[in-house]
Design a protein around this ligand. Structure first.
Ligand code: PLP
Length: 458
């Protein structure tokens, strides 16, 4: 077996890590960790450290680690048929079964599933299909896509543009021209502190209306949003937000893409975030929880009204010019079938709802009164704690102090609990596997409270 110092050297010499300070990593200045194995909600590194993963990888290992039901299904599929493509009508039992399982769980009026590999490529597919749709309908000008500041939709060229975080644009010449951003629906961070939640929602709607008026509704094809803002800070929508936004989109004939990469398959305690907020999507993006990350697989669930136009398009133009070699990869599909079945068998969506409610209420109880905790918020098994320098004036810390990162590093060092320092600001994010127990919630909350006390005082 290779020694850790050998692996560390090879890592720094050869491996280009995503979302990493490349220069610091190559110089050996930043921490690195080699993960060896995992089980339930714990991961274990090569030094034998067992860590409670309260972010489920990147909010994706929803069924929990080490599930034999899924790994056995992957092994069986790999042995029977590791690969065949899904072009021109080919499929496998796994990919066809999984399409049906997804549509059986999806909100009403969804029609077909296209499979990709990850959330970014699924959203890339979605935008192409929206453009195709409007070309088939004879409105070639209707192409722009509205996204929200602080939304996260991937890091490709189109999807990095949709993502409303500066880090993903800076020095990459993004966003592209066809993507426009509207206000982040974050009530805690509203500019005008005198606004009520209802007034803030009205301001979000007005901002969208103004953007549409400025650009011209006949140039706007689609709107993309996560039911709950994820990477942008784990922010549930303010009261009345989604019904009001949907009314605007309907009025201007703008398609709705609901990005459920994080929320799909149970994270909010409902099968989809769309169920929770009454969203009527034209396309739903799925990834992460589809296979609990046991294999890379994503999907675009296409609604009835779009599907009819896509069929019309191929009658007029021939086969759709879109596809990946690995679309509906049999191993990913087998992982998806086993994962969705396991989630049902163990009633994990209900557990995400009830244990998630306990996580959120316990975190509030432990931390909401702390002088440097400005907000504790969440929904289902998503929770965030946001830090402030001064609570009454809602003044934030200097980003250079990296308070969020300090608290998460302290949690890891003191109690071996992983929470994610969200990239946007001084926020800690929690998104554990759905099999989390109440005792494990208590461990996470105690570790957070202790680290907050260590870094920021009592
Ligand atoms: N959409 C959302 C809501 C996400 O959170 C993510 C990733 O975190 C993506 C899309 C992109 O997915 P991927 O990283 O698999 O490309």
């Amino acid at each position: 077996m290779l020694k850790n110092d050998q692996l560390d050297q090879w890592d720094r010499e050869n491996f280009f890590h995503p979302s990493t300070h490349l220069a610091q990593h190559a110089r050996g200045e930043s921490p690195s960790r080699v993960i060896k194995t995992a089980s339930g909600v714990h991961i274990e590194d090569r030094d034998g450290n067992k860590l409670l993963d309260a972010f489920a990888g990147l909010y994706c290992v929803n069924a929990g680690y080490g599930r034999r039901e899924i790994t056995d299904a992957i092994a069986a599929q790999a042995q029977e048929l590791a690969y065949y493509h899904s072009y021109v009508g080919h499929g496998t039992e796994a990919s066809i079964t999984l399409s049906k399982m997804i549509l059986d769980r999806a909100p009403a009026n969804m029609s077909k599933v296209y499979f990709g590999l990850g959330g970014s490529d699924a959203n890339e597919t979605n935008i192409k299909l929206v453009w195709y749709y409007n070309n088939i309908l004879g409105r070639p000008e209707k192409k722009k896509i509205i996204s929200r500041w602080r939304g996260y939709h991937g890091s490709g060229i189109v999807t990095g543009s949709l993502t409303g975080l500066e880090l993903f644009h800076k020095k990459f010449d993004l966003p592209i021209e066809q993507v426009k951003h509207t206000m982040a629906p974050d009530f805690f961070r509203r500019d005008d502190l005198s606004q009520t939640e209802e007034q803030f929602t009205a301001a979000c709607v007005a901002d969208l209306e103004e953007l549409i008026a400025r650009e011209g509704a006949d140039t706007i094809a689609g709107f993309i949003g996560e039911p709950v803002l994820g990477t942008g800070g784990i922010v549930p929508p303010p009261k009345g937000y989604w019904p009001a936004i949907q009314a605007v989109l309907k009025k201007h004939d703008i398609l709705l893409i609901v990005d459920e990469v994080v929320t799909g398959f149970g994270r909010l305690g409902t099968m989809f975030g769309s169920d929770k907020y009454g969203l009527e999507a034209d396309i739903i993006t799925i990834a992460k929880g589809l296979t609990s990350a046991y294999a890379p697989l994503s999907g675009s669930i296409i609604g009835e009204r779009m599907w009819k136009v896509l069929e019309q398009g191929t009658d007029e133009n021939g086969p759709i010019g879109h596809g990946w070699t690995y679309s509906a990869h049999p191993i990913g599909a087998a992982a998806g079938v086993a994962n969705l079945k396991l989630i049902d068998d163990l009633d994990l969506v209900a557990n995400a709802g009830s244990v998630g409610a306990y996580l959120n209420s316990s975190m509030k109880e432990a931390l909401a009164d702390h002088p440097h905790v400005g907000d504790v918020r969440g929904e289902g098994l998503l929770c965030a704690v946001e830090f402030v320098k001064d609570k009454d004036s809602r003044t934030f810390f200097d980003p250079a102090d990296k308070i969020g990162a300090q608290v998460s590093a302290t949690m890891l060092a003191q109690d071996k609990v992983i929470a994610r320092a969200m990239p946007q600001a001084d926020m800690l994010g929690f998104a554990p596997p759905f099999c989390l127990s109440r005792d494990e919630v208590d461990t996470i909350v105690a570790a957070t409270a202790r680290a907050v006390k260590t870094v920021l005082g009592s």
